[in-house]
Design a protein around this ligand. Structure first.
Ligand SMILES: [Zn+2]
Length: 341
């Protein structure tokens, strides 16, 4: 077992390199692979058109500390051309993926233990429970999105909550004109919409369009990993705000911050696993400014600090209850009413 950006995966460096070689089958890249004991030597794909005869590119088999800097297993260094990268970056470069985050997802998607554990559950334990394997039709999501953009009432509702216009499209928010309810699609790590959170225009009434266990998903996490933000893709160093409601998270996104919502004051084991599978470890705790919110924040820390997560706590210098209330009340000055520590 090795770790990738701190996340354990059930694989050896050798296995990963062999799988990449398989993926490159027919290109002649990664032709030779020799194990020296500390490194895997591979033919470098980045110089001589990838056609060198003697492997001169080393891949670390185990984590190594060199001059106070930690190099994870899988770190790649070519002694001829000088190419150096961690494993996610190497995967991205050699397979032509968009960036290291895409490389990370390629790796964790393949080898992460919680993903591996979950598969048999999906196949056996939950068989017959339709909601575990059914997703919302993306066409339906689009249709609700068009309804939203065509509804003056619904758009006004979201503008009053100060959500930026581009968010309605980026998150494919929707509107059900029959129930007069604004819909927030909640996606799994594959980007499939598992259910909608709804807000009735008639009052502050929430509902889940389907009676399904909402506690296994984190709202906004897929969008965070896939660059649905004005400032682009979040990186492992990015600071992520964690809120209770999706509208709080989207308020923060409107202000150019990265944010996710746990859709309640309590985080579940399954949500912790979802967060663990994502590469982000720095969070700002922005649960509600009430008793339940403070308890929720303590619980989040208790569950995730042992997993290597780090948190910034907030002190609220106001009686307002949540981030969206702050934004509605104070506009651009909302952040003046929070003190981080
Ligand atoms: Zn090279």
């Amino acid at each position: 077992m090795i770790t990738i950006w701190g996340v354990p995966v059930v694989a050896t460096v050798e296995q990963v390199i062999k799988d990449i070689k398989l993926q490159l089958y027919g290109t002649g890249l990664l032709k030779e692979i020799n194990n020296t004991g500390s490194d895997l030597m591979i033919t470098c794909p980045f110089h001589k058109g990838g056609k060198e005869n003697k492997p001169s590119c080393g891949v670390l088999l185990k984590e190594k500390v060199l001059r106070d800097k930690k190099y994870e297993a899988g770190t790649v260094h070519c002694y001829t051309c000088g190419y150096t990268a961690d494993l996610p970056q190497f995967v991205a470069d050699v397979l032509g993926l968009e960036n290291s985050l895409a490389g990370y997802r390629w790796l964790v998607g393949r080898y992460n233990y919680s993903a591996a554990e979950r598969e048999p559950l999906d196949l056996n334990l939950y068989r017959g429970q339709a909601q575990k394997s059914s997703y919302m039709d993306e066409e339906e999501v689009e249709r609700y999105n068009r309804e939203l953009l065509n509804s003056f009432e619904a758009c006004e509702y979201l503008h009053k909550r100060r959500l930026a216009n581009w968010i309605l499209d980026a998150y494919k928010l929707g509107y059900d004109p029959v129930d007069k309810t604004v819909l927030f699609p909640v996606r799994d790590t594959e980007g499939r919409v598992v259910f909608y959170k709804g807000r009735s225009l008639a009052g502050k009434h929430f509902y889940n369009a389907k009676d399904i266990d909402k506690s296994s998903l984190v709202f906004g996490l897929w969008e965070l990993c896939n660059g649905h933000f004005s400032q682009g893709v979040a990186t492992p160093d990015s600071e992520i705000w964690i809120t209770e409601s999706e509208i709080d998270a989207l308020s923060l996104v409107t202000y150019g911050l990265y944010a996710v919502a746990i859709m309640g004051s309590h985080i579940s084991d399954a949500q912790c696993r979802e967060l663990e599978r994502a590469p982000f470890r720095r969070y700002v705790l922005a649960t509600d400014n009430d008793e339940a919110g403070r308890k929720g924040a303590v619980q989040i820390k208790r569950m995730l600090i042992p997993k290597g997560f780090r948190f910034t706590n907030l002190r609220w210098d106001t009686d307002l209850k949540d981030i969206n209330d702050l934004v509605k009340q104070y506009g651009d000055r909302w952040v003046d009413y929070l003190t981080g520590y």
